[in-house]
Design a protein around this ligand. Structure first.
Ligand code: CUK
Ligand code: CUA
Length: 769
């Protein structure tokens, strides 16, 4: 018994040594010593205490950051600022197998434009799904500015489920912003372009180039955008910028601002002054006010025509139906942000030093009384600025974006040129506090800041540049996200986090306990379509089927082998490998990588994924599991053998490198008996406790039961060979029996430790299984 226990223990607890020494040295130094040695002040310590999260600790908020040009979404915790995940969205993400398995390739293929696969994204604005204006923790949306696309991420598994391409735009920026019940996701164009996909000379800019604002219909139940029920406003060729949806009193309406309402077209090479000169001449640009609720009714009533296969509300129709208005706003504005109660709309003018507060009540009155100061060249009524402005406040040079606090009337504005955050009161129009941040702030985010009830607490400043702030890593620097405590009257800077993935424009943060992510899939699950996979395979049902010119391999993975371990095909055949992870235990993911075929899968517990490729060259292609899943992980391997056409197998069998005798067999059997005793004692512990109250443990026990089932089969095979005197096979199968036992014991010990750590109670002794 002792020998076996030792062997298992060394297998199971072989890692994790060497920590003791450094901890004890650390413990000997006093806080003062450390402060002195590292040059820290009391203020630093206080800041550290507010962000430091001890091992095993959790964050109160999760932030979802745009991954900029990487096309990913970055997830990090607040206040610890620890990065938790990169979610592949518009671009492949190898660790998750995103863009490598057939299922996720199909998602990326939805994002093709004019038949071309786009392998980057310029992500800007993530947005959470909402119910009555509150984040509901179900979905996240994000836009791609360069290729006007929108993606849907399911927060149940943090996977991208859908990409839609805008049929009217050639770029976007004013998305993703959601309406209060996620009825629609807003996406506004940025650079005006012809509505058709044809060539249109710039001389026809005013007539043929257009902006657009799409309201994508979202089905919360299905978790998918419905392009067929979505509609788009045709807009003048002003460069539309950011958007926001009305809330509470302003629900049903949307706001989109613009720059370059001069409709200037540059052309340095034609001797024309550049865009930047011509686009900043007028003192004001236009805020677009759209009535989506009424527009949706028109669509439902069949009164809207389709263009490019999608509903388009023309400017003419929008004006006639009272769906579209313009309000002058300070020139070259950037952020437009509706207050939590929906009564105010704050616009920051990036070439100005003011933030402008508009009153929804005043806007509504003007619309009701048809009080307009005129029309734009496209016939859209213009409501005057003075009839709608509540107040304007000097907040600093180059204000960009606004985020609301939990405290009434309090808002934070990012000040790009002055590199600071201004906290101010938008009801009374006065500045409350200012904090210098490191450099060139873009967006900023407060906790649940876009909802109808922001939490305040923390603010993250998304700084564009990180000059001089971190260890140099070459000409391209990371971005700098700075954590700020906003719980008191004065803002306090807490922490700098370098973010080394693209230029993240915007971040949204949600209370962590609103998210309920799964730890496993239902067995045989296609996570991208959220359905049972047609390729799902159960243990013992692995098979190879040749159909319609494709070799389908129905395989499984479980600690520590891939079934099948040998795949044989003929040169030129198309191979489709479908793998199901049979595990249920948390985090028990297997990978699958194959030499030179660009095959790289991630198979989380329960998941089924496929890799299809052409075996166009005869040869030997090793494959293996890429996740360190168990002690015998390196042995989780196999071979794809691609035989030349018409190859005739020679007689003979695989010669094993090692010969076994009866003594070897007996020794292995003895080990197995001892190991079984260990298993029995662990099982005894588990079943004598209320383990069924712990779903994590139930999953482990189910996996252990599976492994033990396999163990029995291996044992029977070993005994059958031994009976025939074939000790070679008998010893090998007895060894496999032991492998299954080790896995059973591993799972059992993990379950036992979990029960001990979570205060499981002893129950009436039950018969051990
Ligand atoms: S944008 Cu980049 S800093 Cu796309 Cu919201 Cu303002
Ligand atoms: Cu499975 Cu390593």
């Amino acid at each position: 018994m002792k020998a076996a226990t030792k062997r298992i223990c060394s297998v199971l607890t072989g890692v994790g040594l060497g920590l003791g020494l450094s901890t004890s040295v650390w413990a000997q130094a006093s806080l003062e010593d450390v402060m002195k040695e590292r040059g820290l002040t009391q203020k630093d310590l206080l800041a550290a205490a507010k962000t430091y999260t001890p091992t095993g600790g959790r964050d109160e908020y999760l932030a979802f950051s745009s991954g900029g040009q990487s096309g990913h979404v970055i997830v990090y915790g607040i206040p610890s600022m620890r990065i938790l995940k990169y979610i592949g969205v518009f671009t492949p993400e190898p660790w998750q197998g995103y863009g490598f398995d057939d299922e996720s390739k199909a998602i990326l293929a939805q994002g093709k434009i004019n038949g071309k696969q786009i392998t980057y994204g310029d992500t800007h604005h993530p947005a959470f799904s909402e119910t009555e204006g509150e984040y509901n923790g179900k979905y996240l949306f994000i836009n791609d500015k360069a290729n006007p696309r929108l993606a849907v991420i399911d927060l149940h598994d943090f996977e991208t489920k859908q990409i839609v391409v805008n049929p009217f735009m050639k770029s976007d920026h004013g998305g993703a912003f959601v309406t209060p019940n996620t009825e629609y996701v807003m996406e506004a164009s940025q650079y005006a372009a012809p509505v058709s996909h044809d060539y249109v000379p710039l001389e026809e800019f005013n007539d043929k180039y257009r902006g657009a604002l799409t309201y994508w219909k979202f089905d919360m139940k299905e978790g998918r955008i419905k392009p067929e029920d979505s509609f788009t406003f045709e807009l003048p060729p002003y460069s539309q910028d950011l958007s926001d949806a009305g809330k509470k009193v302003s629900a049903g309406w949307g706001f989109t601002n613009s720059f370059c309402s001069e409709r200037y077209v540059g052309g340095i090479e034609r001797g024309r002054p550049p865009f930047e000169a011509g686009c900043s001449q007028k003192d004001t640009d236009f805020l677009h006010v759209t009535n989506w609720k009424k527009a949706a009714e028109l669509v439902a009533a069949g009164k809207v025509h389709k263009v490019n296969g999608s509903y388009q509300i023309t400017i003419e129709q929008a004006v006639k139906e009272g769906l579209l208005y313009l309000i002058p706003e300070p020139k070259s504005p950037h952020g437009v942000d509706v207050s939590p109660d929906g009564k105010h709309i704050i616009i920051a003018g990036k070439l100005d030093s003011h933030a402008w507060v508009y009153s929804w009540e005043k806007i509504q009155n003007a619309i009701k009384n048809k009080k307009f100061e005129g029309k734009d060249p496209y016939g859209i009524p213009i409501i005057s600025m003075k009839d709608t402005l509540h107040t304007q406040v000097q907040v600093g040079l180059g204000p960009l974006h606004n985020q609301y606090d939990s405290k009434k009337c309090v808002v934070y504005t990012s000040i790009y040129v002055d590199s600071m955050v201004t906290k101010w009161d938008y009801c009374q129009g006065k500045v409350l506090d200012q904090l210098h941040i490191h450099y060139n702030i873009g967006h900023l985010v407060s906790m649940e800041g876009d909802s109808v009830s922001p939490d305040g607490k923390y603010l993250v400043s998304l700084n564009k540049l990180a000059i001089d702030r971190f260890n140099p890593v070459g000409p391209l620097h990371p971005q700098n996200h700075q954590l700020i405590d906003i719980s008191g009257d004065k803002m306090q800077l807490l922490y700098d986090m370098p973010l080394p993935l693209g230029e993240p424009h915007y971040v949204v943060a949600i209370k962590a306990d609103k998210l309920k992510p799964a730890v496993r899939y239902k067995s045989g699950w296609d996570s991208r379509s959220d359905k049972k996979s047609p390729w799902k395979t159960r243990a013992g049902r692995e098979k190879v089927v040749r159909k319609d010119g494709v070799v389908h391999v129905y395989g499984t993975v479980i600690r520590s082998h891939i079934t099948p371990e040998i795949i044989e095909v003929e040169e030129g055949e198309t191979v489709s490998i479908h793998l199901t992870n049979l595990e249920r235990a948390e985090d028990e993911t297997h990978g699958f990588a194959m030499y030179s075929q660009n095959v790289n899968l991630s198979i989380e517990p329960g998941k089924t994924v496929s890799a299809t490729f052409k075996a166009d060259k005869a040869g030997v292609y090793p494959y293996y599991c890429t996740e360190f899943c168990s002690a015998l992980h390196l042995e989780m391997q196999g071979y794809l053998l691609v035989k030349p056409k018409g190859y005739v197998a020679k007689a003979g069998k695989i010669e094993e490198g090692q010969k076994y005798t009866k003594a070897d067999y007996d020794k292995q059997v003895k080990t197995n008996i001892d190991t079984q005793a260990v298993i029995n004692s662990v099982v005894g512990f588990i079943t004598s406790h209320n383990y069924k109250d712990f779903p994590e443990v139930v999953a482990l026990v189910e996996d252990a039961t599976d492994q033990l089932g396999f163990a029995d089969e291996a044992k029977k095979k070993a005994e059958a060979y031994a009976a025939k005197g074939d000790y070679q096979n008998a010893t090998l199968w007895a060894g496999q029996h032991w492998q299954y036992q080790v896995k059973t014991a591993d799972l059992g010990l993990r379950a036992k430790t979990f029960l001990e750590e979570h205060g499981a109670k002893k129950v009436e002794p039950k018969k051990a299984k």
